[in-house]
Design a protein around this ligand. Structure first.
Ligand code: ADP
Ligand code: MG
Ligand code: MG
Length: 859
């Protein structure tokens, strides 16, 4: 029979899938001989089975649990419900950490008899305080009685100020028990073993609570992994003033600084810290209060970091001057800290460059590039207050006070403290500001894992939900007012501060350098303007993968001749109009060539349906009629002729050139003339001219012949001075299927995966927003194919096209220029397909470089 329950001494850190992260690490720490309260783990397999069948636990499992209780009783010398009572914590623990998303129940094993025994062993006040906590947690987590009901009772009782203060918890316990009885017409369960089984089932069920489900969705975590249940002896941080509980990171999780960082609370238990109810003390002050325990703790923290070779997030408890470690895991960190810690650890010889690279989430890089507040703008700004820098980054947005009111990213969620119910709002807002809670509070922890800016625990912030306003010190602000917050310094400013994009950290460049030396895929940029080109080069683009020429047509100074060209009735009229446009295009190319120099540049000839350029307003029509010297009625008639039922599949791309070859001819002339011109400055451009929307070899050849004949005729020997090739964008299924033929004549392919996805699915990208969310909800699609390449369909067509093209020519050059070219998962696929390059927008280039290196390393 397969083992389903494991003592802490029976597992290790590599058993996360089976024992959950928390459990596997408790085992590992037990093996390392750290002071761990002992216990056992019920595996994730049991949870999966239970959730699938929604049955009771099998007898064999119950026996296995019982057996392990006996073993634990032996280890601890205590017994469940006995004279020397064993008190337990029941802790969830998934294979991938989901902090605070599932439940934990503390102080199990208490009942009316045990509480009396503990009253003698410790104090009556303490014994009843943990009994009341247990009743509250059990009723809430197992029986779903809202927490507020208990808090209400507690507040009322505190208000009443009863004479005998040490009777407080005793009375509270009585009141909690009556609440329980009122709800369920039965007494609070007294049998510890029965309590235990109910808690185990509740933890299994907490795998599917709403906040856990949402967290998994946001973090792309598999819904089928299930949680393990850790059953562990309790240690009491709330026993007396020689007791405490705390959380610490071996390095700063907000900015990565190599300094122990954390918080502790004297005489407190468990969730007291994380809930942000009492603001805790900084860990460094523990040195003064518990000097010996502090150095002991630092020693364990160092052992753990060196052992796991990563920053650790450690939970500990001190019971009557004895230190216990309750949990360790690789700590969640801000994107900024992730990069700092990874590069530092390489310098400390703890990990290799390759390991460092694999630890970085490429998407985090974009968050880094969000920049910092402009220095001048900071100086001029009014500081409203200061909290703790909970998660690095900066944010500007409107104050929103309730999570459900956060509808876009132009917001900052301002809360007294956050709870898991705020997850959705937090994920949408651009920043989070809280009044209470420290750096390990829920708000800060979750913000860091989302890569979101967070300022936590601002003591001068108070929120009035009835009036929808807040006070920051003496400043009154209304919901909807703009503030700017800085998650590095914790500063809160009035209004919208200016953001500088260029202040990246030096570690960023180190990482990029390592990645560049490892990756095989070349990374180019999609750039239509000189400004795009400058930005992309700054982010290390190795060329232009897509330069779209239509954007040049849209500019105000040239739209007029473009419209004339479209509405022309004769070839001559069209040529005249094109001759007006040509100098503009030449000028654009000149500027771009001077920036890009000899790096490869792929220029796509005119692609979109012509109606996109046409006039709409009566004024524009009037103007056009004047300049073209034809009547308004004639204009309207010609416009009508151009109308299409389905422009995306209509007269566009290379089809335009088949009807109006003059367009591509003129564009090519502008390209070649500009190339000849910069040649005089010794710039040799490396041109790829790309014809869009090709579906057959015949189409391609027809256009190629027209273009080449004209260029040869016009530029004669001069043409030999220019390096250029003619290729095509692959964006139609037919092109993929006949790629071997097209490759006979085209010099290169570039996958236009936006259109290829549209034409493969028969689904318009612009309209897909209306239904794609539902596809995701029902698991028909798990991602939008417009963001990540649909490997089975679109990806298969790509693979087919590549194989066919390289049958024709083994060295055939192939790239990708669709939106997906900046998506790490899609990049990994392109790497596997052996593409020569990927191309994406300037901001995404660092992501692409890191993703490309990771693909190479994962090989
Ligand atoms: P989470 O996964 O949300 O961090 P945990 O299982 O770690 O939940 O439990 C939350 C808190 O409960 C811990 O941080 C710790 O303070 C307290 N706790 C859990 N187990 C014990 C224990 N055996 N003794 C004392 N406190 C405990
Ligand atoms: Mg924990
Ligand atoms: Mg296209």
């Amino acid at each position: 029979m397969k083992q389903k329950v494991f003592l802490f001494s029976e597992g290790n850190k590599d058993m996360k899938t089976l024992l959950g992260g928390k459990g596997a690490n408790l085992c590992e720490m037990t093996n390392l001989k750290l002071p761990i309260p002992q216990g056992f783990i019920i595996s994730t397999e049991v949870c999966k089975e239970y959730l699938k069948k929604q049955k009771k636990l099998s007898n064999s499992l119950l026996n296995e649990i019982n057996l392990n209780i006996r073993k634990l009783e032996e280890l601890t010398g205590k017994t469940l419900g006995g004279n020397n009572p064993l008190i337990l914590s029941i802790r969830s623990g998934a294979p991938i950490s989901m902090p605070g998303m599932m439940d934990t129940i503390l102080n199990l094993g208490l009942n009316d008899d045990v509480v009396e025994i503990l009253s003698i062993k410790y104090t009556r006040e303490f014994a009843f305080s943990i009994y009341s906590r247990f009743i509250e947690m059990f009723s809430n987590i197992v029986k779903q009685i809202p927490r507020e009901k208990f808090t209400e009772i507690e507040h009322k009782l505190k208000h009443n100020k009863i004479a005998e203060k040490n009777k407080f918890y005793e009375i509270l316990t009585e009141k909690y028990k009556s609440l329980y009885k009122k709800n369920f017409q039965e007494d609070f369960p007294q049998n510890p073993e029965e309590q235990l089984i109910q808690c185990i089932l509740a933890i299994f069920n907490s795998w599917n609570n709403n906040r856990a489900k949402l967290y998994r969705k946001l973090n792309n975590i598999d819904d089928n992994m299930g949680t393990a249940v850790n059953i562990q002896e309790m240690v009491f941080g709330n026993l007396n003033n020689a007791s405490a509980t705390g959380v610490a990171f071996t390095r700063n999780p907000a900015n990565g600084e190599n300094k122990i960082f954390g918080e502790f609370l004297i005489n407190a238990q468990g969730e007291d810290i994380v809930a942000g109810i009492r603001t805790p003390d900084e860990i460094k002050n523990m040195k003064n209060i518990f000097p010996k325990l502090y150095s002991e703790f630092i020693n364990y923290a160092t052992i753990l970091e060196n052992h796991y070779k990563d920053m650790q997030d450690i939970e500990f408890t001190i019971e009557n001057e004895k230190l216990f470690i309750l949990q360790t895991r690789n700590g969640k960190r801000s994107p900024y800290a992730a990069i700092k810690i990874a590069t530092d650890m390489v310098k400390e010889n703890l990990i290799s460059k390759e390991q460092a690279l694999l630890r970085i989430n490429p998407k985090d890089i974009t968050i880094l590039l969000h920049g910092s507040f402009n220095k001048d703008s900071i100086e001029k700004a009014q500081i409203l207050g200061k909290g703790l820098g909970g998660s690095a980054g900066i944010a500007v947005g409107k104050i929103v006070l309730r999570s459900e009111d956060v509808v876009d990213s132009d917001t900052i969620l301002v809360r007294t403290e956050t709870s898991p119910e705020d997850l959705n709002g937090m994920s949408i807002a651009s920043g989070i500001l809280t009044a209470k809670g420290g750096l390990t509070s829920h708000g800060a922890v979750v913000a860091r894992s989302m890569g979101k800016c967070c300022v936590a625990g601002c003591p001068t912030l108070s929120i009035n939900l009835e009036r929808n306003e807040i006070f920051l010190g003496n400043n009154l602000l209304k919901e909807g007012d703009y503030i700017s917050i800085d998650g590095y310094s914790g500063n809160i400013y009035l209004g919208k501060l200016k953001i500088d994009l260029s202040e990246e950290m030096k570690e960023f460049y180190e990482i990029i350098d390592w990645a560049k030396s490892i990756k095989k895929l070349s990374v180019r940029m999609n750039a239509d303007t000189p400004e795009d080109c400058i930005r992309g080069l700054k982010y290390f683009a190795e060329g232009v993968g897509l330069c779209r020429t239509e954007h040049m047509f849209f500019k105000a100074d040239r739209i007029e001749p473009v419209r004339e060209m479209i509405l022309a009735n004769t070839s001559e009229e069209r040529r005249n109009a094109l001759n007006k446009i040509k100098p503009y295009q030449k000028d654009d190319f000149l500027q771009i060539f001077k920036i890009i120099k000899d790096k490869p540049i792929n220029i796509r000839l005119l692609d979109p349906p012509l109606h996109e350029f046409l006039p709409n307003t009566p004024k524009e029509l009037q103007k056009l009629s004047k300049s073209m010297k034809i009547s308004l009625a004639q204009i309207k008639e010609r416009l009508q002729k151009l109308e299409e039922h389905n422009p995306m599949l209509g007269h566009r791309g290379c089809r335009l050139a088949i009807t109006y070859p003059e367009i591509y001819i003129t564009q090519c002339e502008a390209i070649i003339e500009s190339a000849l011109e910069v040649l005089k400055e010794n710039i040799t451009v490396n041109l790829e001219i790309m014809i869009p929307l090709i579906s057959s070899l015949e189409e391609f050849n027809f256009i190629k012949t027209i273009i080449e004949t004209n260029l040869k005729e016009k530029y004669k020997e001069d043409l030999n001075k220019i390096t250029y090739s003619l290729g095509t964008m692959i964006e139609l299924p037919r092109a993929c299927i006949t790629a071997n033929k097209i490759a006979q004549s085209a010099a290169f392919f570039s996958f236009g995966t936006n259109d290829l996805t549209q034409t493969t699915f028969g689904m318009s990208r612009d309209d897909s927003g209306k239904f794609i969310e539902e596809y995701k909800e029902h698991n028909i699609l798990n991602k939008s194919p417009f963001e990540t390449i649909d490997i089975d369909g679109v990806g298969y067509l790509m693979k087919l096209a590549i194989n066919l093209a390289r049958e024709t020519n083994p060295n055939f050059k192939i790239g990708i220029c669709g939106e997906q070219g900046g998506d790490p998962e899609s990049i990994d696929y392109c790497h596997k397909l052996n593409l020569d390059y990927i191309s994406c927008s300037g901001f995404k280039i660092p992501i692409a470089i890191i993703a490309a290196a990771q693909s190479q390393l994962k090989k």
